[in-house]
Design a protein around this ligand. Structure first.
Ligand SMILES: NC(=O)c1ccc[n+]([C@@H]2O[C@H](COP(=O)([O-])OP(=O)(O)OC[C@H]3O[C@@H](n4cnc5c(N)ncnc54)[C@H](OP(=O)(O)O)[C@@H]3O)[C@@H](O)[C@H]2O)c1
Length: 351
């Protein structure tokens, strides 16, 4: 019988980490440890650890018992108001995990790092599309790059390997996180409908017709495990996407139809500002439709919505590298959104 792997999923409650745990739980040969500050309820397969990775002393103390870990899946994230401020905490959290676990876990095989298109400078403005894994870098600060460079250096002369995953905007139903686009759209549509309004694309005019790719969190989870267990994927990065492209001007009417709403022309709305006073309406909606109680702050990733809907340039990568090397899953991005909205309804988050 082959020995079980032990996954340490860092960022267990995240948009990405929570889906990774869900996927690992469907596989037979994994024990799972989920790590984040909030912790979680242990299941038959997953034990949760509540650790603040910014507290080095406490992290060292808590992580030193993780001697069985074979794979670290790193998907923790500290949100900060500027690109520069993201660097220090995000690097510190990774260092605090890796430095302890690689010392105490003799069977460590792989460290998987979750990145994104910030590596390509996608957050600054029009960048080269399709972005490829070996495209040239850009001027720092950039926490994704610092994290990868740390792993590359740390891995030298070691038995373990690393891989880096670069998804586009990720589709997930996780709550209480700063970057969840599907939730932004679902809650924006729900509140618009309740107010008797048509559904308006709230982004920049120039963002409406641009090409964009997306990454379903379930598909990303499969790709992450594939890259971490496939010897051919050692010590390199992979763009991971659904496999298709969307334009909001084509998708938005279909989203309106899904929510049974009228459409109206786009209007560039600063969501973080105009949605900030909608907590009362949200509570009324929860009562009226007998929804599960989720505080408005748990469903308010408005700044992320503003960010994504401001991209008045093409936003996509070339994901053929992972496909050439054997990862062949794909999902229609429109269907991804409808599946996520269905799941939010089923979970009684939206009516
Ligand atoms: N979401 C997207 O659309 C997207 C797209 C492309 C790339 N990415 C990248 O993927 C990575 C993960 O993103 P995500 O959206 O999944 O992040 P997220 O939803 O914000 O999750 C972050 C996780 O980190 C944990 N965490 C934060 N601070 C911590 C600390 N001090 N100690 C321990 N755990 C801590 C959080 O849980 P607690 O609050 O319980 O601690 C949470 O589980 C990031 O690098 C992000 O840039 C995300």
């Amino acid at each position: 019988m082959t020995e079980k792997n032990t996954a340490l999923v860092v960022g267990a409650n995240g948009v990405i980490g929570s889906n990774l745990i869900q996927y690992l739980e469907t596989l037979d040969n994994w024990e799972i440890i989920g790590l984040s500050r909030r912790g979680g309820k242990n299941t038959g397969k997953t034990q949760y650890l509540s650790v603040d990775l910014l507290d080095t002393e406490n992290s060292n103390e808590q992580l030193k018992s993780l001697t069985n870990v074979t794979h670290i899946f790193y998907a923790a994230y500290q949100d900060k108001p500027s690109w520069k401020e993201l660097v220090a905490p995000n690097l510190k959290m990774l260092v605090n995990v890796v430095s302890v676990v690689e010392r105490v876990a003799p069977k460590l095989q792989h460290i998987s790092l979750m990145q994104g298109y910030k590596v390509y400078g996608a957050h600054y403005g029009p960048f080269k599309t399709p972005a490829k894994e070996n495209d040239g870098g850009h001027m720092p600060p950039e926490f994704n790059v610092d994290q990868q460079q740390y792993l590359e250096k740390q891995q030298l002369g070691k038995d373990w390997s690393w891989s880096a995953l670069r998804p586009s905007v990720v589709g997930s139903t996780a709550l209480g996180n700063p970057m969840n686009l599907a939730l932004v759209i679902a809650v924006y549509a729900t509140i618009s409908k309740e107010l008797g309004l048509p559904l308006r694309f709230p982004g920049k005019a120039g963002a409406y017709d641009k090409l964009m790719d997306l990454t379903d969190a379930g598909l990303l989870a499969k790709a992450t495990v594939w890259a971490s267990t496939n010897p051919g994927c050692k010590n390199q990065a992979f763009n991971i996407t659904n496999g298709d492209l969307i334009r909001w001007n084509e998708l938005w009417p279909k989203i309106a139809a899904y929510f049974e709403m009228d459409m109206a022309p786009p209007l560039h709305l600063p969501l973080a500002s105009i949605m900030s006073d909608k907590a009362v309406i949200w509570e009324q909606i929860q009562d009226k439709y007998n929804l599960r109680k989720h505080d408005y702050t748990e469903v308010s990733a408005w700044a992320f919505g503003d960010f994504v809907f401001s991209w008045d340039y093409d936003f996509f990568s070339d994901s053929t590298k992972s496909r050439r090397m054997g990862f062949h899953d794909y999902i229609d991005s429109e269907q991804m959104f409808f599946n996520l909205f269905d799941e939010l309804k089923m979970n009684q988050v939206i009516p």
